[in-house]
Write a protein that binds this ligand. Structure first.
Ligand SMILES: [Zn+2]
Length: 200
């Protein structure tokens, strides 16, 4: 397995928290923060040689690790959590489609469009931004979609915490995906976008 594979860190109650790389995972194991692990063994890390036993230490890392240390208070805060807005997760939210012309683009050809333009008091928030190709963004300019005579193909939404972790993930493994899906409601628009993503 690829050493760059990310590990899904969850809290002891099973709430997804974040992605960690192999160094992050190794240090959580090293300080005994890992309470249990789930999913597949994804790689084995080798450490130094023990001077007494003469054996090399090794650590098998799982795809999902549960760690200590989050309080109930933290979980309550998560319910009201608004993830930071950035283009990587925004474009993935919108399945790398321009939400005006419906075409699929690579990341460098996509832009963040403000539905109500910033120049007109629109906000830089998840509900007011969509992925747009350069051409549509340019065409729309400082206008609203109605004024520009174009229509939004999907409604922008604020991802919840689990959705945000999904959006931030790279090469998510099947067991990690199953786990995250347990926290994403069937009604979430993410499902439809995922379907579009696969087709594209
Ligand atoms: Zn477009």
């Amino acid at each position: 397995m690829d050493i760059n594979q990310q590990v899904l860190r969850i809290d002891v109650t099973g709430l997804p928290l974040e992605w960690v790389d192999y160094k992050g995972a190794a240090s959580l194991y090293a300080v005994d923060q890992v309470i249990y692990d789930l999913g597949a063994d994804i790689y084995t890390l080798f450490g130094g040689i023990n001077s007494i036993t003469g054996k090399r230490s090794q650590l098998t890392v799982n795809s999902i690790i549960a760690t200590n240390g989050q309080s109930k208070h933290f979980q309550q805060k998560l319910n009201r959590y608004t993830p930071p807005l950035n283009n990587q997760t925004l474009f993935k939210r919108d399945a790398h489609l321009c939400l005006y012309c419906g075409h699929h683009f690579v990341r460098k050809d996509l832009t963040r469009d403000h539905i109500k333009p910033l120049s007109r008091g629109g906000l830089d928030t998840w509900q007011n931004v969509v992925t747009a190709c350069k051409r549509c963004n340019h065409h729309k300019g400082g206008k609203t979609p109605e004024e520009a005579g174009i229509e939004l193909l999907a409604i922008p939404f604020v991802p919840n915490y689990a959705e945000y972790i999904y959006l931030k993930g790279r090469n998510i493994l099947a067991d990690q995906m199953d786990f995250l899906m347990g926290y994403i409601s069937d009604a979430s628009p993410i499902h439809r976008r995922m379907h579009l993503q696969k087709k594209a």
